[in-house]
Design a protein around this ligand. Sequence first.
Ligand SMILES: Nc1ncnc2c1ncn2[C@@H]1O[C@H](COP(=O)(O)OP(=O)(O)OP(=O)(O)O)[C@@H](O)[C@H]1O
Ligand SMILES: [Mg+2]
Length: 242
Amino acid sequence: MSLNLTDITLTYPDGDTRLTALDQVSLKAPQGSLTAVVGPSGSGKSSLLAVAATLITPDTGTVTIDDQTTTGLSRGELTELRRHKIGIVFQQPNLLPSLTGAEQLQVMARIDGRKPRTAHTRAMELLDAVGLADQAGRRPHQLSGGQRQRINIARALMNDPTVLLVDEPTSALDHERGAAILDLITRLTHQRATATVLVTHDPAHLTAVDQIAEVHDGRLSLQAANRHYARSSRTSHAPESE
Ligand SMILES: Nc1ncnc2c1ncn2[C@@H]1O[C@H](COP(=O)(O)OP(=O)(O)OP(=O)(O)O)[C@@H](O)[C@H]1O
Ligand SMILES: [Mg+2]
């Protein structure tokens, strides 16, 4: 099991009391599977991702990534774990304005201590995978919103993560571009065998989903996957760059 959350409870300080953002949540995400997380605003979706990303330590419960339990790891050890195992895609791409598409990705490898030449090859391979090989030399202001989000996704894959966590990647995009981004994430999940957990307002736009996790007031319930969607995804083709 690539990602395993067991009995997670997370509270935040709230005046004199504490607000329970996650209430005994458990979730398993195997390699190569896509979990959609849905639920109303404020229900705890981003908190769930932040715990899975080891960015927030829960009050109780365990997070296991590739059979390694994160409980008791030091800050440095958690940073290492994130660097090697976890890819994170937030709503806003947060690209560096002065860097080209290829450089945005290469920076990740520099941090990781890889050789520049290997990093360049890998960056180009990933840009190709997200349909942007021909835009590698462009800076963020020369790209569309959808293209920027593709670069964001490619960047999250630079360290070849086992777990890919994605928080509302389409909210800044129109319907068509949003659907293309969801298709892309689905395809990459299968190709790269990541355990992908994706927060989305609109799971209907997902072409393949293995499980739907619905969050309400910090409590999670799992819905069965739609097999029809899973079959149709295999015949889907690569999205075109916009
Ligand atoms: N850092 C924080 N400190 C205190 N309370 C917080 C913090 N972050 C989130 N909360 C609260 O925890 C609850 C869950 O928030 P969370 O951001 O996880 O919701 P969400 O489902 O992602 O919502 P949205 O769909 O609006 O992004 C909310 O009541 C929110 O106000
Ligand atoms: Mg959120």
